[in-house]
Design a protein around this ligand. Structure first.
Ligand code: Y43
Ligand code: MG
Length: 197
């Protein structure tokens, strides 16, 4: 196999997956490369349910194997918000508005209580097969102001203590080594070859 379709419209995820699959000589295509894409309703109750909805919607339409990622930021002081609603927390896919809302909600929360983690559920589906599912989590803290220019989404607010950097201050490969997405994909790939046969 030399190509995989990823059921995402998120250019940040697409870049990360392209880099993650490059060593395996697998080319990544996404919904950004397709003309007609059926609507995807992310109405699941969990990250994994939503990833399955995305992958199955596209796999049923194109009849090819499809990978999907559903991910988000889980903030302890906010009882797990924004969680599965991370992309539509303030404005629909408006990263700046989502980040502002997060900072406002945490305005009175002390640094020690600003713990959070990113979660990622990745699934691969193919008609006639049980889906392959893997998850990853990255633990850190929410800063009081953004730092760094790289990455996407909540990256500038997510401080990763072990590297003393926000995700937006890391290079793409540094982030992939420790991120929820990188970890989930590493796990998925351990079982992938056997599943694929
Ligand atoms: O590494 C990350 N660094 C920063 N932010 C992140 C990350 N990973 C997920 N996030 C945030 C972005 C978005 O607000 C939400 C994902 O929502 P999610 O529905 O999975 O993705 P999406 O709608 O952007 O694209 P799509 O559904 O087409 O894959 O969590
Ligand atoms: Mg989405």
């Amino acid at each position: 196999m030399d190509k995989i379709l990823i059921a995402t419209k998120n250019a940040g995820k697409a870049r990360e997956f392209a880099r993650l699959f490059a060593p395996k000589q697998i080319e990544v295509m996404t919904l950004l490369d397709l003309e007609d894409v059926p609507p995807i309703e992310e109405n699941g109750q969990t990250f994994t349910e939503n990833a399955l909805i995305k992958a199955q919607t596209i796999s049923n339409y194109l009849h090819i194997p499809v990978l999907a990622d559903d991910s988000g930021l889980v903030v302890d002081a906010l009882d797990g918000e924004p969680g599965i609603y991370s992309a539509r927390y303030a404005g629909d896919h408006d990263d700046a508005a989502n980040n502002r809302k997060l900072l406002n909600k945490l305005a009175d929360v002390a640094p020690a209580d600003r713990t959070a983690h990113f979660h990622c559920s990745i699934v691969v589906v193919q008609e006639g097969k049980e889906p392959l599912i893997a998850t990853g989590d990255a633990y850190g803290q929410i800063l009081t102001a953004p730092r760094g220019k790289d990455g996407f989404g909540y990256d500038p607010l997510f401080y990763y203590p072990a590297k003393d950097k926000t995700f937006a201050e890391m290079t793409a490969s540094e982030k992939n080594m420790v991120s929820h997405r990188g970890l989930a994909l590493q796990k998925l790939l351990q079982d992938f070859d056997q599943w694929w046969q």
